[in-house]
Ligand binder design. Sequence first.
Ligand code: ADP
Ligand code: ADP
Ligand code: ZN
Length: 221
Amino acid sequence: MELILLGPPGAGKGTQSKFLETRYGVAQISTGDMLRAEVKAGSPIGLEAKSIMDAGGLVSDELIIRMIGERISRPDCAKGFILDGFPRTVPQAEALDKLLHETAVDLDAVIELKVDETVLVERISGRFTCAKCGTGYHDSFKQPKQAGVCDICGGTEFVRRPDDKAETVHARLEAYNAQTAPILPYYKAKGRLYSVDGMAEMDDVQAQIEAVLRQIGVAAG
Ligand code: ADP
Ligand code: ADP
Ligand code: ZN
């Protein structure tokens, strides 16, 4: 299964792709997570990306395309992948087409999570993740079952992203509207675009995505 989850920051891409990774046995690829790992490691890529991410802008297409090209050629992608946060510009979508064409792989679907801006701001401001396994939580919508302990790995340390502060969220939403939203018509024209109501409860969004996948004949792995 080759799937793209598309949507503005805070729409639920990470939440849903983590679930799909387990359910369908394919690799979740988050360019945001990859970039944060580079920043943490202090690598040349990280150094180039950090100030742009902190300001809520988009990292250069060239850097991202190189990173993705390398990532999807790894063995864990043999059964497929879910792209979370990529592509984010039309040139990135075109580069992905070229990469998939070279490996004779066909994209199954692009699923758009539709969420209103006021809700996005609320979701982003309450977001935190387990420092050890990356599982996502929310102050109001998804607390760990036992306070202070990760449901998945038992970790007790949690982190908040520096770019999840109110000042940066605005810039990120603008980047989405100006640079990322134009890829919706690109995939629509290819007959690959499906939209789901991302405002619904997490389980319901999950069910909507599974319904799309069933409709196009993708079975759980
Ligand atoms: P994205 O990867 O698109 O930026 P996330 O999956 O990280 O979004 O979700 C953003 C925040 O909103 C997280 O704190 C997550 O727990 C919460 N969240 C995700 N989906 C929903 C939902 N359907 N309803 C309420 N909160 C949600
Ligand atoms: P969110 O979960 O809020 O959608 P991500 O974790 O996907 O955010 O991305 C965080 C930041 O990393 C972005 O604001 C941007 O600076 C950078 N980034 C991630 N993916 C891309 C991409 N495909 N192209 C350009 N920049 C990216
Ligand atoms: Zn954890």
